[in-house]
Design a protein around this ligand. Structure first.
Ligand SMILES: *[C@@H]1O[C@H](CO)[C@@H](O)[C@H](O)[C@H]1NC(C)=O
Ligand SMILES: *[C@@H]1O[C@H](CO)[C@@H](O)[C@H](O)[C@H]1NC(C)=O
Ligand SMILES: *[C@@H]1O[C@H](CO)[C@@H](O)[C@H](O)[C@H]1NC(C)=O
Ligand SMILES: *[C@@H]1O[C@H](CO)[C@@H](O)[C@H](O)[C@H]1NC(C)=O
Ligand SMILES: *[C@@H]1O[C@H](CO)[C@@H](O)[C@H](O)[C@H]1NC(C)=O
Length: 862
């Protein structure tokens, strides 16, 4: 039994690791205990301990895994995924031909017979399929990629804006004030809480009409007011307004600017309204195309920026052209079925090598903004700059002329009276679709983000590495912590300039690895802040330089640049300074810039310092199964950041590391398991269970004496844990070998590369977000098309109603819906008047204690 301690291990625990394990693994159950604060232990050392003592020979691990596989097969072999064992779907990460295909609606392939509803939900297969068809046909005609561009761009083809449909179809429209006003009469209070008046961010149809055709003095005044917010002297702005006026449907209200703090539900609608009406198209789209099972190639295509080309794909002839070609090519198939099928799998190939290490130079950390700006200005007089260069030059110009920069990035700020309002701060407001922290939907998003970022930067040879919490979680087991949801990366300022110049405002589309793997449809928007020139904390408005934002949810990767600045280094560097730079000299001719230059110490705008010797050389590693780079001396960096802070009790609170499985488990679930085991033993021994017996708070130490059988019992007791183990075990095992080599100062090149080509390849461990949601919600493109047609028809016959007071009703409904089923695929007719966002937000049940590894937290013990 698991509590039987081997004498040897017991001694070891008592003597050697008492301080580490007892304090760390128990300590975090009691944050603030005095013992804990006395002992400055940290995660770093604990992990070292695990690596060196618990880690077993590969052979025993192989046997362990075989036992698990056998048992898994006997229980789940041949079992079909259904609602009860939905967790099994997490393992189905292979290519499913069926889910790559959609049938193009007849209103597009046969427009003479069927009426176009001008409204269709977002589906990435529709968009990407048609765009690829267009690109491949065009590329056959021209030889140069620069001569091809994405002809039409409307955000509704790239992000799900369907929550607007109800308002678009309603015949009883609300206006900006009645729908969006959450301000109070107290102006100071509004200002403090960042609550704006609707007129500062929203235009009604009527306003637009008046702006375009000003009649009297009053409208001229209104126009002047709006002019301060959006530049009406700019012909493009006026075109955009005319465009909105000419749309077949209107919500009546149009968000044209960051709308400040608001209710969660309104925030979602605001974000979609902005994307629908005012968000500029990306400058380019980068398609990361699958290649060779282990890397991707990038196809970068400019996007037509003209307002006239802001069209939804259903309002263009792309589908009809595709249908024509399809009919020509598939005569026999069409005898059987009239369906025009679109399949997004399209392969391209290209060869590319990977380097094991990358050396950075001191000048990579010198900010060059001024000289780049001047050079671009010079070029601008000689030739026509690309859209990207022009945009970048203008930003540098603004940045050069600004002393105290305003905040660049805006998050989805939620009214503070709402539950979990603070979480809105982790989402970009423009793509906000509801809070998904601690739900099953978050891991696919975060995985998609890191995968796309690594693929993208590897493809362009941009130097970047994971930092802070992301580096720490990599260090533990090569994958992310189940509780630490944000992703942080750093890059030298020179690379940040490259990123900004060539890729700012690009949409990056990750199509996955191809081959046997599930298709991916991830879309990410790269946004680089304007004030790249200011490299110090300054007013603290812009700690983050750039964001890589998931277009489906608004979650993002924070990107920070490191540069040589005049910021004072932490004291830990003092003793390294040579005597002529000593701080005690009080010599005013010596600046911190001089010291930092000598130290080769660089900082981000949040004053995190990194020395060149700590990062150099960047080394190839495997992060969440994907190739990416880590700083050479990650141990020192982690020690700098986490060693001092002690053991970060809070972050580990509630989770226990299972060394044999190399993963984290919610401690409560472990305790439950241990409790049940103990009860079973008692029963076996004939002891009677007392009803009032409290569940003990186990100190987690038993894990250290777990035998394989105990682990296997635990795994099969908690299917979600089992599935997670099966998904991650190859990656975490590889990581364990790798980290041992690295900590022993050994080279890991041979583990990773063969002739400069990646030889370790891990299949993706999480579903594509769209595919995952589609499966969960039983979504089907063809059914959605039909439903939408019905809704459009219905709204023309019996108008749908949308009233302000329904907002409140909606709040109540949301409460009731909390326990309800997910049914996003059946939106409007089922509950007229209730927008489908209900189903999207209810996902975040506002229960902060829920996590993906703890799917049924309230289930009674059995
Ligand atoms: C800095 O700018 C100058 C002039 O544009 C250029 O020659 C130099 O290579 C740049 N250095 C870096 C590190 O980008
Ligand atoms: C910004 O651009 C304007 C117009 O080209 C120019 O006159 C100005 O000098 C530039 N500002 C800086 C700081 O270079
Ligand atoms: C919610 O998710 C965001 C983004 O993933 C993350 O940065 C944040 O820490 C999470 N919040 C909590 C309380 O876990
Ligand atoms: C990126 O593009 C945005 C939008 O055009 C612009 O405001 C920002 O200044 C740009 N950033 C850089 C660093 O060029
Ligand atoms: C994990 O590794 C084993 C042994 O190398 C291999 O057979 C298996 O296919 C791998 N599984 C995954 C999901 O990569």
């Amino acid at each position: 039994m698991m509590f039987r301690k081997s004498r040897c291990l017991y001694l070891l625990i008592m003597i050697v690791i008492f301080h580490f394990i007892v304090i760390t693994l128990i300590g975090y159950n009691e944050p603030g205990s005095s013992l804990q604060s006395k002992l400055q232990v940290n995660l770093f050392d604990v992990k070292n301990y695990f690596s060196n003592t618990i880690y077993e020979k590969p052979n025993s691990l192989l046997k362990f895994n075989q036992k698990i596989d056998k048992k898994f097969e006997s229980i789940y072999g041949g079992v079909e995924v259904n609602d009860e064992n939905r967790f099994l779907y997490l393992l189905e990460l292979f290519n499913n031909q069926h889910s790559n295909e959609i049938i193009i609606p007849e209103y597009l392939t046969d427009p003479d017979t069927y009426e176009n509803p001008h409204l269709q939900d977002f589906d990435p297969r529709f968009t990407l399929g048609l765009i690829f068809d267009y690109l491949s046909t065009s590329l056959r005609r021209v030889s140069n990629l620069d001569d091809v561009s994405i002809p039409y761009f409307h955000w509704s083809d790239w992000s799900d804006l369907s929550v607007l449909d109800e308002y678009l179809l309603s015949n009883d429209k609300s206006d900006c004030v009645s729908f969006f006003d959450v301000s109070t009469n107290n102006r100071l209070r509004n200002k403090k809480l960042e609550i704006l008046k609707p007129e500062d961010f929203c235009l009604n149809d009527e306003d637009i009409e008046l702006i375009l055709n000003p009649k009297d003095q009053e409208t001229k005044e209104k126009r002047a007011l709006v002019d301060q917010l959006i530049d009406l002297k700019d012909e493009e702005t006026l075109k955009a307004l005319r465009k909105i006026k000419d749309e077949p449907y209107s919500t009546n209200w149009h968000i044209f600017k960051y709308p400040g703090r608001s209710k969660k539900k309104l925030k979602i609608i605001q974000s979609k309204s902005y994307l629908n009406d005012f968000m500029p198209p990306p400058l380019a789209i980068n398609f990361l195309l699958p290649f060779d099972n282990s890397r991707s190639i990038d196809l970068r295509v400019q996007v037509n920026q003209k307002i006239e080309n802001k069209k939804k794909l259903i309002d263009t002839d792309l589908a009809q052209n595709y249908a024509k070609r399809y009919r020509r090519a598939n005569k026999e198939l069409l005898d059987v079925s009239k369906d025009i099928i679109l399949n997004i799998r399209d392969q391209t190939s290209y060869l590319q090598s990977t380097s094991y290490s990358k050396f950075l130079e001191p000048q990579d950390f010198i900010d060059n903004s001024t000289s780049i700006h001047n050079q671009l200005q010079l070029e601008n007089t000689k030739k026509i700059l690309s859209d990207s260069d022009l945009n970048y030059m203008n930003s540098l110009n603004v940045s050069l002329g600004t002393g105290s920069p305003s905040k660049y990035f805006d998050e989805a700020k939620i009214l503070k009276k709402e539950l979990n309002w603070a979480l809105g701060g982790h989402y970009d407001w423009r793509f906000f679709s509801g809070i998904i922290n601690y739900t099953e939907k978050q891991p696919p998003v975060l995985f998609g983000l890191i995968r796309a970022w690594l693929t993208f930067t590897n493809t362009y040879g941009l130097n970047t590495w994971i930092a802070h919490g992301s580096l720490l979680s990599w260090y533990w087991n090569g994958i992310s912590f189940p509780w630490d949801n944000d992703i942080d990366v750093q890059m030298p300022i020179a690379d940040l300039h490259k990123l900004s110049r060539y890729h700012n405002q690009s949409l990056i589309v990750d199509l996955g690895q191809g081959g046997d793997e599930e298709s991916r449809f991830g879309r990410y928007f790269l946004d680089c802040g304007t004030f790249i020139l200011s490299r110090v904390k300054g007013n603290g408005n812009n700690n983050i330089d750039a964001r890589f934002i998931d277009v489906d949810t608004g979650l993002y990767i924070d990107i920070t640049g490191l540069a040589l600045t005049d910021t004072k280094t932490p004291t830990r560097f003092n003793h390294e300074l040579p005597s002529h730079l000593d701080r005690n000299l009080l010599d005013e001719t010596i600046s911190d810039y001089n010291r930092n230059e000598w130290l080769e110490a660089y900082n981000c705008r949040n004053n995190h310092f990194v020395r060149l010797s700590e990062v150099n050389p960047l080394k190839l590693s495997i992060i969440e199964g994907q190739p990416g780079y880590i700083p050479n001396n990650f141990a020192q960096l982690l020690h700098n950041e986490y060693g001092k802070k002690g053991l970060m009790a809070k972050k580990f609170k509630g989770f226990t590391f299972l060394p044999k499985l190399r993963m984290w488990l919610v401690s409560r679930n472990l305790n439950k398991f241990l409790h049940n085991q103990e009860q079973k033993q008692k029963l076996e021994r004939g002891e009677v269970k007392r009803d009032d017996e409290e569940e003990e708070d186990y100190d987690n130490i038993p894990v250290k004496h777990f035998k394989d059988e105990d682990y296997i019992d635990l795994l099969f007791d908690q299917p979600e844990l089992l599935v997670e183990y099966i998904l991650t075990r190859n990656i975490t095992e590889f990581h364990e070998h790798e980290i041992k080599q690295l900590l022993n100062g050994k080279d890991t090149k041979s583990m990773l590369l063969h002739d400069d080509h990646l030889k370790t390849y891990f299949p993706t461990i999480r579903h594509d977000y769209f595919t995952y949601c589609a499966r969960r919600e039983n979504y089907k493109f063809e059914r959605m098309v039909e439903d939408k047609l019905k809704q459009v028809k219905l709204s023309k016959e019996a108008p749908l109603e949308t009233k302000q007071d329904e907002q409140d009703e909606q709040d109540q409904q949301d409460q009731q819906n909390k326990q309800g089923q997910d049914q996003r695929s059946k939106p409007i007719q089922k509950a007229p008047g209730h927008p489908p966002i209900l189903e999207q937000t209810q996902e975040a049940t506002d229960d902060i204690s829920r996590t993906r590894v703890d799917p049924q937290p309230n289930q009674p013990d059995t």
